[in-house]
Design a binder for this molecule. Structure first.
Ligand code: TYM
Length: 332
């Protein structure tokens, strides 16, 4: 049976990268798969979170999923910490995964930076929790942006090693689903850096809550180079900002990058930016309106999460019980 699992961290405002790289793809996949979409609050606390803000961000992410078009009746939307199986299975995976595997994780190196000794143990073990998220439901397919690819390879290694160690064919080997024209959206201020929630500059990203004026301003101020727009992918070499903006256009318009190159190649950035801003506002504004409405309807958002938690627990419970049997934990 095919089952999708994916997650987003409730840390600050969601941005265009989260939307184009992940959430929009989820909306498309929900027609064909049984899906669980998780607000991963246990992952969030691997770095310090203000408790009041964390609660607000959890609701914010749930509202964003709903506003983007995820159907909470057909799919399961829930927050991770309420299903205790995530933490339990992550512990077992802490004992399956090898230190050498985690030492290779580039995201830990980026996030911990030079001050590795002072990073939390949770930040280091984070990919094991991610594997547990997916495998607690025997998830088979995981739609994510490009930056999560290495973590999913680790989840595959964990599933394979668990099955081998215990001589079972229990966990599926997960397949990443990384697709669309914007699998890696870059910062608007630096085409070589990923668009991210942690960038100190608000101008680096378009937030899912930005209004039309903010979107237009950020695109107008986006870094570019002095040349006219490239007309072929080869000309993207050494021009990461042009590649990024044209990729964003393609993703928002739902067309191939090649078509964007044909349409705008040789034109000035100023004209292109105006068209990109108009397109971004047209595509994002309705969602943002809905999101603001949902953010004021806390009762509805909480009810969606409560319903999702109950349904997630019902799937996870029997799978975790089997894991206990396989590992040899006595049950009374
Ligand atoms: P997070 O919260 O950083 O990002 C959520 C999703 O957005 C994608 N994404 C991007 N895509 C394109 N361009 C970008 N600039 C960009 N920035 C973020 C991410 O790839 C992701 O799909 N560890 C995960 C959350 C997680 C998870 C899981 C995902 C926890 N457990 C199990 C899948 C399955 C994370 O921190 O995503």
């Amino acid at each position: 049976m095919e089952r999708i699992f994916s997650g987003v961290q409730p840390t600050g405002n969601l941005h265009l990268g989260n939307y184009l790289g992940a959430i929009r793809n989820w909306v498309r996949l929900q027609e064909d798969y049984e899906c669980l979409f998780c607000v991963v609050d246990l992952h969030a606390v691997t770095v310090w979170q203000d408790p009041v803000e964390l609660k607000a961000s959890t609701r914010h992410v749930c509202a964003a999923m709903l506003a983007a078009g995820i159907d909470a009746k057909r799919n399961i939307i829930f927050n991770q910490s309420q299903v205790s199986g995530h933490a339990e299975l992550a512990w077992i995976f802490n004992c399956v995964a090898r230190l050498g595997w985690l030492n290779r994780m580039t995201q830990f190196k980026e996030k911990a930076g030079k001050n590795k000794e002072n990073a939390s143990v949770g930040l280091y073990a984070y990919p094991n929790l991610m594997a547990a998220d997916i495998l607690l439901y025997k998830g088979t397919h995981v739609p994510v942006g490009e930056d999560q690819k290495q973590h999913l390879e680790l989840a595959r290694d964990i599933a394979i090693k668990f099955n081998n160690d215990f001589g079972v064919d229990f966990f599926p080997v997960v397949e990443p689903l990384i697709f669309g024209a914007a699998t890696r959206v870059m910062s608007l201020r630096d085409g070589t850096a990923k668009m991210s929630k942690s960038d100190p500059s608000e101008l680096s990203r378009i937030a899912m809550t930005d209004d039309a004026d903010a979107i237009a301003k950020k695109i107008r101020k986006a870094k570019t180079d002095p040349d006219a727009l490239p007309g072929s992918e080869k000309e993207f070499a050494g021009r990461p900002e042009a590649a990024n903006l044209m990729g964003i256009y393609a993703a928002l318009a739902d067309i191939e990058v090649a078509e964007v190159l044909t349409r705008f190649g040789g034109k000035q950035f100023s004209d292109f930016k105006q068209e990109l801003a108009d397109l971004a506002v047209e595509k994002l504004a309705p969602m943002q309106g809905e999101m603001r409405r949902l953010m004021d309807d806390t009762a509805h958002v909480d009810a969606v999460l409560a319903d999702g938690v109950a349904r997630a627990r019902a799937i996870a419970g029997p799978i975790l019980a089997e894991v206990h049997d396989i590992v040899g934990f006595l049950r009374s």
